[in-house]
Design a protein around this ligand. Structure first.
Ligand SMILES: [Zn+2]
Length: 464
């Protein structure tokens, strides 16, 4: 509590000083945009390289490499244009007072439907809906272009225009059905708990996340994809053996029809601590050998072994705590709302959601740095999971049967995924430090090679 009141005392000036928050927010958001564009400019020339890095040369035919370079270049161009567009849109929404307008419109809408009860929560829900649509609708053509022109050109798009439309509408609908009660709970807790809202709000958010982990596969995912049990075959036997060897609480093993939308492939696990589910993309199964998928899952179970999901949850809770502890001075800040053009009757008693939204806009550069740090943590976890798979391979029964070791199989699978997804192989260091949650393919293969060399040195009698 002491730390909290200390922080808030130091920030008390925010509630009173007439700072020009709007100009600050505008300059923050353009700065982040400029930095991200700078990273793209650094990355862009790498798409013109004519050969892959030497470590990967053996894995890429010249045609595949040229294809991946063209795909990377097209994606980079697209993100420069779409990024500039959405940045300009965000800027215009701020510049011309969209937030104040949306708040007033939400109030009028409530009156129009004859609502006379307490206003803040329903008005906030309408306000959030209006603002979300104001930025989502103009971005739709870009999303359509991305699917039907860019991904299509490179052979990844499997979506029909009808599926695109129903996906979008379903997404908005679900966002509203989940978002509205979440927002109501959030606002109610802050009002109810007053200055002591932080622990309550954090408890609420953790419970909400838990509920979503259970509900998502039951209610939401089936609206978009079909999950079917993995058939009884070699792959299933392998994965079950791996899970039982590690005492992984495997409840269900699914194949997901990712190919309905895209040819990109993947695998993941989820669930509560005592009941986990593994999901494999049909696209991955089609293109990868069972023993290589097993190696991919050995990596995934490494994440589980080291409790990476729980660690990420703890980090995100600390992050939330930090945000919430700085929020109260902004919540009381009339100058903040005034600078965004809110009328006097609103600034006199700032609505929680309005203050929180503006506060988040002020935080944009901080959040960019936090995102970069989170990527660093995530990359570290990826190293650990790779390492786990390699160590697991040391006492592997398959090796006796003449099968390549786990490292080689994982390496093959990663290369295969890379080739199939036409992922970029040349990556600018700063670009990947900022954007990437995974180490690059070259880095991962090199680490696996180093591991093999170290092992061979320790165990000189064993043949490689
Ligand atoms: Zn991973």
């Amino acid at each position: 509590m002491d730390v909290l009141s200390n922080i808030q005392e130091r920030l008390a000036f925010i509630s009173t000083d007439p700072i020009d928050w709007k100009s600050l927010v505008i300059s923050f958001s353009w700065s982040v945009w400029a930095f991200e564009s700078y990273l793209l400019i650094r990355q862009y020339p790498l798409y013109s390289k004519e050969a892959p890095p030497p470590q990967l040369a053996a894995h890429f035919t010249p045609e595949v490499f040229a294809k991946s370079q063209r795909y990377g270049r097209d994606k980079a161009r697209f993100s420069i244009v779409s990024g500039f567009f959405s940045q300009t849109l965000d800027w215009m929404l701020i510049q011309y007072g969209a937030q104040a307008w949306a708040w007033e419109a939400a109030g009028k809408l409530l009156h129009a439907v004859g609502y006379t009860g307490s206003l803040e929560i329903p008005q906030s829900i309408f306000f959030a809906t209006i603002l979300t649509l104001m930025s989502a609708i103009p971005n739709l053509p870009f999303s359509a272009y991305n699917n039907f022109v860019l991904e299509e050109k490179h052979g990844f798009n499997k979506m029909t225009p009808l599926l695109f439309i129903t996906d979008t509408l379903k997404g908005w609908f679900i966002g509203f059905v989940i978002g509205a009660p979440f927002l109501a709970g959030f606002l109610w807790i802050v009002r109810w708990a007053g200055d002591r809202f932080i622990p309550w709000l954090m408890g609420f958010m953790v419970s909400f996340q838990m509920i979503m982990v259970v509900l998502y596969p039951l209610v939401i995912q089936p609206l978009f994809n079909k999950l079917s049990p993995l058939p009884q075959d070699e792959l299933r036997t392998r994965i079950e053996a791996l899970a039982s060897r590690l005492s992984f609480p495997l409840k269900h093993l699914y194949v997901i029809d990712g190919s309905k939308r895209s040819a990109h492939s993947n695998a993941y696990f989820y669930g509560l601590p005592w009941s986990k589910h593994i999901v494999i993309y049909d696209t991955l199964i089609k293109k990868t050998k069972p023993e290589e998928i097993e190696a991919v899952l050995a990596h995934e179970l490494g994440h589980w072994h080291y409790s990476h999901p729980s660690k990420l949850l703890v980090i995100s809770q600390l992050h939330l705590w930090a945000i919430f502890s700085v929020f109260p001075p902004f919540l009381r800040s009339a100058p903040l709302l005034r600078s965004f053009g809110f009328p006097a009757d609103v600034t006199a008693n700032p609505p929680i959601l309005v203050a929180f939204l503006l506060f988040q806009m002020v935080l944009t550069p901080v959040e960019a740095v936090v995102g970069m740090l989170m990527n660093a943590v995530s990359r570290r976890f990826e190293w650990e999971a790779d390492r786990f798979a390699l160590e697991l391979g040391e006492n592997d029964v398959n090796q006796a049967a003449g099968m390549p070791d786990m490292g080689e199989r994982l390496g093959n699978a990663l290369v295969g995924l890379h080739v199939e997804n036409l992922s970029t192989v040349w990556v600018d260091k700063l670009y990947s430090t900022y954007h990437h949650s995974h180490p690059t393919l070259t880095e991962r293969l090199k680490a696996m090679e180093d591991y093999r060399v170290r092992k061979a040195k320790k165990n000189p009698k064993k043949e490689l």
